[in-house]
Write a protein of this length. Sequence first.
Length: 314
Amino acid sequence: MVKAKSASDLINEIANLKVSHENPPSEISKDSHLETLTASLKALRETITPMERVELARHPQRPNIEMIQKTLLKDFIELHGDRQFGDDSAIYAGVGTFMGKGLMLIGHHKGIHPHDRVARNYGMPHPEGYRKALRMAQLAEKFSLPILFVIDTPGAHSDLESEQRGQGMAIAQNIYSLSAISTPMVALILGEGSSGGALAIGVADRVLMLENSIYSVISPESCASILWRCSSKRALAAENLHLDAPFLLKNGIIHEVIEEPDGAAHVDPKGAIDRIQESIRSHFHELSLLSLEDLMQQRYTFFRQMGEVDDCLI
């Protein structure tokens, strides 16, 4: 008996077929096969498991913050340093213009090639990275620039030096200070959004997630190691963490899920960025219509209601 293909299998097959250069004379059959696979994937889209979403969120060819900057922002100037210790390249930040208006871009950068990934510490910031992010947010507030946060991190770096330099305090200070920044802010979760390392730049007026991104207090592997002393139970941990975008939208933790083309952003990065552009354009426009008082009140209300449970459910 032939095993039915999972949604993850179909996504991989679509990705491989799109980059394949074999048999160029049979383009018609190739296009037809792509249409068939895409139609099959549409029917299975809701069956993707939490652990499959984790793996898709970590795919190295997913769009990253630098791709977003080069595609969506013009006249971009990268900014550096926290003015206390140094410059952490795990946090990428700068100013540019988005659809003709000024914008501050701040986010995690995992790196592109192997050497770049090492230099950027795989997107795991040190305390100076979070202080850098806060400095840029305060600079944006000073010049009345809206802010786009891009989240994609396994978590904050947790080595001895980071703890000695105040990692916990840096994250806490960001959460505290960003909640009072008086300018419109949108946070986009591109891939991984794990632990306080994600929340440290996730306090915003709108929180958006790509369809196969994740947002959680801990990674599935770490959770499994703590609860069951066995990282092999990561799939069970992922299921119980409820880290997938549809669940988080349903429970009021985020504002929108951005559908990924062909089932996964790495299959069509340009198509994914086009959808990101339309989403953030719409949200920034909505936020621009609010008074400062209403903006701050809505932000407070959004985060204050997290964790509230209806009495009838207790």
